[in-house]
Design a protein around this ligand. Structure first.
Ligand code: ATP
Length: 203
């Protein structure tokens, strides 16, 4: 069966970039953020349950989830957040499994931003790969990409698992503090390692 590498990292650490570098090497990639977007888009499979739980206010006219309204709804309401995750996580897991089942190759990469925080996803993967970057790099990149204020990025980082905890839990780490050429070399090295380790686990 296809072995799955769970790719994770804090906000702006470089998960999507690393996933793209694996894809460039021919490794199939499933990104749970993409899956979540599909499930909460117009006619998405999560929409009926979300509207039943939170009301019409969280559905836009086009049928997609109103992300801003949903964020406001769960902000400072842990019970509502738990309900949201209780609806979304099993659907994301099922759809990710469905997509992974269609893939072939020695292994695939599953991108899960909160991998260590969500045991159901952790149970899905053979091994974990962390993209780790210095916090000032994370902030700089997210600010450049999104225009968020540095303090807003810090607030998101504060809600995620601490960097040291992620590093303790990860089976392997890619450090993304420097240029993209260096990142590509690290991904190539991990690719060789996974080909050897995951394709022939008995050797
Ligand atoms: P998020 O958690 O917000 O989804 P992410 O972990 O997927 O982010 P990316 O989107 O890959 O992170 O990277 C964040 C931003 O930083 C992107 O604009 C990306 O192009 C840029 N970036 C990532 N790595 C590097 C690098 N080594 N050098 C320069 N820019 C980089």
């Amino acid at each position: 069966a296809l072995k799955i590498v769970g790719l994770t990292g804090g906000i702006g650490s470089g998960k999507s970039t690393v996933a793209r570098l694996f894809a460039d090497l021919g490794v199939p990639v499933v990104d749970t953020d993409d899956v979540a977007h599909a499930l909460t888009g117009p006619g998405g499979a999560a929409m009926p349950a979300l509207v039943a739980a939170f009301g019409d206010a969280v559905r836009r006219a086009d049928g997609a989830l109103d992300r801003a309204a949903m964020r406001d709804r769960v902000f400072a309401d842990p019970a509502a957040r738990a309900r949201l995750e209780g609806i979304l996580h099993p659907l994301i897991l099922a759809e990710s499994r469905r997509r992974l089942a269609e893939l072939s190759g020695p292994y695939a990469v599953l991108v899960v931003p909160l991998l260590f925080e969500t045991p159901a996803f952790l149970a899905e993967v053979a091994t974990t790969l962390l993209v780790d970057a210095d916090e000032d790099k994370q902030i700089e990149r997210v600010v450049a990409r999104s225009g968020l204020a540095p303090d807003a990025v810090r607030a998101i980082m504060a809600a995620q698992l601490p960097r040291e905890e992620r590093r303790r839990r990860a089976d392997a780490v890619i450090v993304n503090n420097d240029d993209l050429a260096g990142l590509a070399l690290q991904v190539a090295a991990k690719h060789r390692y996974y080909l050897a380790k995951l394709a022939n686990p008995s050797e």
